[in-house]
Design a protein around this ligand. Sequence first.
Ligand code: ATP
Length: 775
Amino acid sequence: MAAQEAVDSAAEIAVDSVRDREIGVEQDHLDLVYRRLEEKIHEAEFLMNDAAKRGHVGTPGALAERDAQVFRAGIHLNRLNNEFEDFLFGRIDLLRGKDGQKGPDGAYTAVEPAEGAVRDDNTADIAETLHIGRIGVLDADYSPMVIDWRAPAAAPFYRSTPVDPGRVVRRRVIRSKGRKVLGVEDDLMRPELTAYLDGQALPVVGDGALMAALGQARTHTMRDIVASIQAEQDLVIRAPAASVTYVEGGPGTGKTAVALHRAAYLLYQDRRRYAGGILIVSPTPLLVAYTEGVLPSLGEEGQVAIRAVGSLVDGAEATVYDAPSVARVKGSSRMLRVLRKAARGALELGPARGSAAPAGPPTRLRVVAFGRRLELEGEQLGRIRRAALGGTAPVNLLRPRARKLLLDALWEQSGAGSRHTDPELAAELRSSFDEDISSEDDFIAFLDAWWPELTPRRVLTAMGDEKLLGRWARRELNPGEVRRIARSLRRDALSVHDVALLDELQAILGTPAKPRKKRELDPLDQLTGLEELMPVREESSRERAERLAQERTEYAHVIVDEAQDLTPMQWRMIGRRGRHATWTIVGDPAQSSWSDPDEAAEARDEALGTRPRRRFTLTVNYRNPSEIAELASRVLTLAMPGSAAPSAVRSTGVQPRFAVVRGDGMAGTVRAEASRLLDQVDGTVGVVVAMQRREEAARWLAGLGERVVALGSLEAKGLEYDATVVVSPAEIADESPAGLRVLYVALTRATQQLTVVSAERDEPDASGMPDLLRD
Ligand SMILES: Nc1ncnc2c1ncn2[C@@H]1O[C@H](COP(=O)(O)OP(=O)(O)OP(=O)(O)O)[C@@H](O)[C@H]1O
């Protein structure tokens, strides 16, 4: 026994010394890279100082040049400073390549080994070593010291697998913090080979980087996966941007991670094109907050807007949830016809409350022309309104047409047209008639009240009146639906579905062209003309991102995460933001909380038009251990018979735990289970309950600290925790028509441990397992 221990400990010491040596090798390289980076920072600072000096010259040309230099140097400095932290993370050791050509990044381009690179006795020499990082760094001779992870030469780091290794022999992930290398993890892509580097056998350290990454404790923010992107994910990230890239995959297959890395890749690959902005649409503000840090960690911030689907309309923010029966109607494309009717109907309500004009629609137009009184009323006005609304333009933009039709009717009533036979004279008279009437106060007041400028909010509020909505929705909704929708629109706050309705209304109403506001100038600058030459204050990248997000209504590329949840009305809203865009759509039909997937698919296809689709499927579950994945797959079988769950990449040996609510009630049981998990894991614990219990669940957990959160089932979308407590599967499943799929989402959030708490309605068996989860 003692002898065996001595052998084991000798082996451990040997492994440790190889590890230390290899860490030292990478440390040497990192030191060199830092030295080079410091030189570059000095260069950038010199550029900035030099540019500042030129500012004293004062000619417009020198100032413009100074601005350009400061801008470039500022970007450079910013990137270098930001990306110093943990920016070198990978290395590949490669066999000699087929073509012997170097690509633009200084690395050899061939993916396949040259003939003879592997000798007959299965030995080979390493011909090239590449380091991969968040940015590329060249040495003074333009040889690559670090290759940007998005460059073509870095692709083998991600693509190579033991099945299809290409030139890669060893793939190494380097863990570093600031200037210090902390560890290395190797994967051998050609384990059958004995490879030599500089005459020495190639050492191998660790059990592989992926497992190390997956086992880490979770925090409340997502980490990038740049060091361990897997081959099937890499294919999606680097897929050409053309048309529509469609990615499906079960829970935990990395869809969100892939979507974020793809945004960074697209920017790297064609920054000019994506200056038009990339929009990432996320289902909830929680998921936005969870994923927000990933792009900055990849060195990208300014061009990408991540927005929750309930925050896509400026000035509107979804803060409440609709009951499933209300959501089902509001999200459906039936609402389109209701909104068109409502937008037209709301014209008849007269001026907005609070405006100077008398309340209610005016019934009579009275003006004086050629010394006589002209009047339009009743049916005549109704006819004119209907004729004006026959136009195809948005309702607010039809106002000039309505004005013209009113003037036509008044002109006809005046009889002046028949008094002049000379067409030129008649036209002149008509134009001065129009001008006189249009500037009359009575006419202006009438038009404002009779064809008020409508805002989406005003129409939506009007739809809260059950009688009016009943009239506008007569052909589309039944009386029960009208009652429920009207009631939901009478509350102060908006739901995610209301936001899509507002956006649709904006499209139906249109925005009348406003005169452009002139920028206010400092009077002194105006006198000296200095204003033109002053450089604009530099924005921080966050300010810039916010400004772009506000100014922008259309994007060059749109990425939709959790696309399976979008309703037809939401697809229309997002479609308007990407009319000329290329798209990446990421989703999993099995996790859809929308009750009519076919209708949503139709709306999606309409939003995407006829652009060709490129489809990818992700097949490996990186989040859940097999023990949790197996349990969740039972619900998948109920929710979507015949569909396959992704295969879990690891197992922990810890089975899900089943607890049953007993004497002390649900609050006590859930609190006790959450506390237990807090003791067992280092990271976060999520407690998922039916939507109706969200608030009480937060109270159950009061005082347990920040590592634990309570979530409604719909809020859990896309998030993950070290451990989860899923409370009453039956309650979650019964809450909506898509309840089983929502339960599937809830059960697939944990990276380590899952506890299921059952109440009476779950019909638990003797072991506490609820009916829905039994095999
Ligand atoms: N290649 C990888 N290396 C390391 N971690 C990975 C990798 N791919 C995915 N992960 C991790 O797996 C987890 C799940 O990823 P992600 O949330 O992107 O999956 P998803 O497909 O969007 O899941 P869901 O559909 O359930 O929301 C995350 O913690 C992510 O960091």
